[in-house]
Design a protein around this ligand. Sequence first.
Ligand SMILES: NC(=O)c1ccc[n+]([C@@H]2O[C@H](COP(=O)([O-])OP(=O)(O)OC[C@H]3O[C@@H](n4cnc5c(N)ncnc54)[C@H](OP(=O)(O)O)[C@@H]3O)[C@@H](O)[C@H]2O)c1
Length: 212
Amino acid sequence: MATNSKLIIGIIGAGRLGTAIARQSLKAGHRVNISNSRGPQSLELMLGVLLPGAVAMTVNDVAQKSDIIILAMPLNKYSALDPEWLAGKIVIDAMNYWPPTEGRIPEFMNEQVTSSQYLQQHFDRARIVKTLNHVAYNEIEEHSLPPAHPQRRAIALAGDDDAAKKQAEQFIDTIGFDTIDLGDLQEGSKFQPDTKLFNARLTKAEIEQIVR
Ligand SMILES: NC(=O)c1ccc[n+]([C@@H]2O[C@H](COP(=O)([O-])OP(=O)(O)OC[C@H]3O[C@@H](n4cnc5c(N)ncnc54)[C@H](OP(=O)(O)O)[C@@H]3O)[C@@H](O)[C@H]2O)c1
């Protein structure tokens, strides 16, 4: 683990959301490892221009060499990841099941099981935390504010591993947001697409009012 509360953030998916989180993480002083589906060479030019300091790696290397791994790839590509790569790792699931963009995915159509619960079953030894999924990529930078700012936006979390959630909360604070822990992974249903929390700019107190 990196020292002095600075983390090594590993991002799987270098598109809109992945690069926005990467930029904000670098600004907060963290190290960033990032990957896409086409291999590190395909990222070099983009990183040099848009994300200087971020390191392009294979997906497996990102998983092995980072403190927190953030899944920021299309959900329908999840099975490209070997569960072994994520075993024992804190994994932020920032993905959404959103049929209008990615089509219907049979294993995510059971409304009794949230997409993150399904991923927890699949990546059974990963320490999954669902969060960052309900913020639009451009708002990761635009809405970030220092701690204690009265308008500071809050980001919801859900997960079955309390220590993993705590680490995710500390990271999210460093990139400019309050956090609100809504409970176990089942509670992720409260901030999936088509909920009041999804893409809404809300403070922690406002989220508490909606969900409690
Ligand atoms: N966009 C948003 O505002 C936003 C906000 C919150 C949550 N999300 C969620 O975040 C996820 C990604 O959305 P996005 O808008 O960032 O998508 P995007 O711009 O299309 O980027 C997707 C990225 O994932 C990579 N990828 C695809 N398959 C991969 C694999 N097998 N291994 C590693 N990387 C892979 C792609 O790399 P290649 O180009 O090499 O295939 C690309 O860099 C979705 O689940 C979405 O619901 C998005």
